[in-house]
Ligand binder design. Structure first.
Ligand code: SAH
Length: 459
């Protein structure tokens, strides 16, 4: 009887391990030994200075008050010492484990432990995206392990499998005989046969790539690393996940939180949703998730993500708000505001930029945005007042019409200063009183027009 030891780092009660264990039931005798609570980013830590407690929860299911490494250790050396498992399987982790991250990962570390004990080991992780479910990944994992077990496995085998989101279900793919798309990376030709996973001899089966191309070859103690990727993107080229816009955006949001202290959950969620790469064209597109400003033509720029995030946060937009933006530019900030507010009006003085932004906003399906080609320093009196006003170009001083068009209790955020450098200034309107607060230093392109700088938008 084939025996599989299943563990994870999200804890014994997590959805990922539950579905994984169920998917492996038909393939082998499954023993679950997993942490009693979340143990993410534990790396390959072993508990030494206190006794560990392994508690039976159900038949062949145990919780341990320790790390994933403890679980494999106890499972192999104690629980199953007379009949060691043929395979250690870890996951399905909530979130990808790629590149340097695998050295922190409790999920992958459990497989280090398995492999170091001479047991072939496999880690499964699931990319977390807006709509994802562990169910398809569990199906793939079940199939994968069943095919894997038909092979003679080297005892130093370590596979690190990452499922992209969204992942079509195995059945749907089978029905359409479309297996291509899930890609496996490998570093050892001995494992060639496993390439037939799920695909039989059909055409369009799994393609094999070197894991090194994904930067995942730095695992200690492993000879073989496979990384499943895909499904192939729409162009069918099967780009690496770390070049996937969704993945890059997730990383950008993590950095905005960690390095720039953005902590407004709605703003972070909006930044995680809006496809910034759709607001940058040409070769610069590949840089759309880097953290700097980029040229968008007409000598204008799309602001850095951190500036967009900070201004959106400072503006304190609420779901029922009507917002005026002055300086549509690429339309990226407009889209972020559209995610946060009921209605967004945006004015852009350069016609070609406004037209491109209108197209983008329409293509992305925002139906609460109106963009017009107009000098924004005079505001938009037809649709005033506004609960919030955001100026995204540097002004010599606050244009008076904007303050007039600000609703009672409203807030206006504007960069004020000289043509090169400004300070973010916040105006709060309460009755007759207007409170002015100065914030951080910023550098915007000049706000031109009647109440702005003289000259064209080109400065
Ligand atoms: N939020 C934009 C920033 C664009 S840069 C983005 O992230 O893409 C500022 C924009 O303000 C430029 O596109 C510039 O053309 C525009 N602008 C300058 N003066 C303006 C004015 N008076 N009215 C409307 N737009 C103006």
């Amino acid at each position: 009887m084939t025996r599989i030891l299943v563990t994870n780092d999200d804890g014994v009660f997590s959805e990922g391990i539950k579905l994984l264990a169920e998917a492996l039931e038909p393939v082998a005798e499954v023993w679950v030994v997993a942490p009693d609570r979340e143990q993410s980013a534990m790396g390959h830590a072993l508990t030494l200075h206190r006794p560990l407690r392994m508690r039976p929860l159900r038949e062949r299911v145990y919780s341990v008050d320790g790390t994933p490494t403890d679980c494999v250790n106890l499972g192999v050396l104690s629980l199953l010492k007379d009949s060691p498992p043929d395979l250690v399987v870890s996951g399905i982790n909530f979130g990808l484990n790629l590149g340097d991250d695998v050295t922190y990962s409790g999920t992958v570390s459990a497989t280090f432990e398995g492999t170091l004990m001479g047991i072939p080991s496999v880690a499964f992780s699931q990319q977390v995206a807006k709509s994802f479910s562990f169910a398809p990944a569990a199906e793939y994992a079940g199939r994968f392990i069943s095919v894997l077990l038909q092979n003679e496995l080297p005892d130093d085998l370590l596979l690190n499998v990452n499922f992209p989101a969204p992942l079509p279900s195995v059945r749907r793919r089978e029905a359409r005989s479309q297996w291509k798309g899930v890609l496996l990376d490998r570093r050892n030709s001995r494992m060639g046969q496993v390439g037939r996973f799920g695909s039989g001899r059909r055409r369009g089966g799994l393609r094999l790539y070197h894991a090194a191309a994904l930067g995942s070859d730095r695992l200690p103690g492993s000879r073989v690393v496979w990384v499943a990727r895909g499904p192939a993107d729409r162009t069918g080229s099967g780009r690496a996940l770390n070049r996937d816009p969704g993945y890059q955006r997730q990383r950008m949001v993590e950095r905005l939180r960690a390095e720039f202290g953005i902590d407004d959950a709605r703003v972070l969620a909006a930044m995680g949703r809006v496809p910034r790469h759709d607001f940058v064209s040409g070769p610069l597109r590949t840089q759309s998730y880097s953290l700097h400003a980029l040229p968008i033509g007409e000598e204008q720029t799309i602001s850095q993500p951190a500036v967009v995030a900070r201004m959106s946060e400072v503006l304190k937009v609420e779901t029922e708000h009507s917002v005026l933006e002055v300086g549509t530019g690429s339309g990226y900030q407009t889209a972020i505001l559209a995610e946060l507010a009921r209605r967004v009006y945006s004015l852009e003085i350069v016609p070609s930029l406004a037209k491109t932004a209108i197209d983008r906003i329409r293509t992305l399906g925002y139906d609460n945005v109106k963009i017009q080609i107009f000098d924004g320093t005079v505001g938009w009196s037809d649709v005033a007042p506004f609960d919030r006003i955001l100026v995204t170009a540097g002004a010599p001083e606050l244009p008076a019409p904007l303050l007039e068009q600000l609703a009672e209790g409203g807030r206006l955020v504007i960069p004020e200063g000289d043509r090169e450098r400004q300070r973010l200034v916040i105006y709060d309107k309460n009755g007759d009183k207007v409170r002015r607060t100065e914030g951080e230093d910023v550098a915007f392109v000049p706000l031109v027009g009647r109440h702005g700088w003289e000259g064209s938008a080109r400065g």
